[in-house]
Write a protein that binds this ligand. Structure first.
Ligand code: C5P
Length: 232
């Protein structure tokens, strides 16, 4: 499994993201494009960043009826992204349809990752709003198993959970983990954080890092520090 650092490009315009990426003259980081940038600039921004030589994780978290997700995934697959995602709450049938839609005529496809329970959902809210009365970590592990059953490649989870996910779903089941901070950095609004080095130790396959890199005085140096700690 190739470990890598994915830079969360949480910008709202092409001008901002391009001026950020222009700073990287030597390396071509794997980047995450989320809803904010995608809805602002459309699929053209994906093509442009891809043409510059970056791998892309398109973080649009699809969740709809299986047929709609299948057709949408087929469109995203033609954008030639390297990784994309959906909500496991859409059911195994929806996830299977997504894999089908994403698979290109030659049998290849981008990696497909499931979001389990969002980290913004607490045990309390899950019970009161979603009427799910099991322990949150059990729900996360069950959704991970469903994602595996549907043929997905892995899940988004906290780096602190990566080891448990591998124990349950196998070493090859990919863990993509946000919530990463440098030991001497600001935590911001993230709650359960860990360092790139610790994420490596626990077994994350990809760390998703936003503000510790994008808001750093020297983003290239911060990116290199992440790679040095996580990939080694
Ligand atoms: O700036 P920061 O490093 O906190 O960015 C983390 C990125 O990962 C953001 O794009 C955020 O939306 C995303 N993310 C997260 N927690 C999740 C899922 C995604 O922080 N559970």
């Amino acid at each position: 499994m190739g470990k890598d650092v994915i830079v969360a490009c949480d910008f709202s315009s092409k001008a901002e993201v391009m001026s950020f990426l222009d700073k990287f003259t030597e390396e071509k980081p794997f980047v995450k494009i989320g809803m904010e940038l995608y809805y602002a600039e459309g699929p053209a921004i994906v093509r442009e960043i891809k043409e510059r030589g970056h791998k892309i994780f398109l973080d649009l978290k699809l969740h709809d009826i299986p047929n709609t997700v299948k057709k949408s995934m087929s469109v995203l697959s033609r954008l030639d992204v390297d990784m994309t995602n959906l909500h496991a709450a859409g059911t195994v049938a929806m996830m299977e349809a997504a894999v089908e839609g994403l698979t290109r005529p030659d049998g290849t496809r981008p990696m497909l990752i499931a979001v389990t329970q969002l980290t913004s959902t607490s045990q309390e809210r899950m019970e009161s709003d979603l009427l799910i009365e099991k322990p949150l970590d059990e729900v996360v592990m069950h959704y991970a198993s469903c994602a595996k059953k549907a043929g997905l490649d892995g899940i988004v989870c906290s780096p602190l959970e990566a080891g448990k996910v591998h124990d349950r779903c196998g070493e090859n089941f990919v863990t993509v983990t946000p919530g990463v901070r440098f030991a001497d950095g600001e935590v911001g609004d993230q709650v359960r954080v860990t360092t790139p080095a610790k994420a490596k130790e626990i077994g994350s396959d990809y760390i998703v890092v936003g503000r510790p890199i994008t808001a750093a005085a020297d983003p290239v140096a911060a990116y290199r520090r992440c790679v040095a700690e996580f990939v080694g």
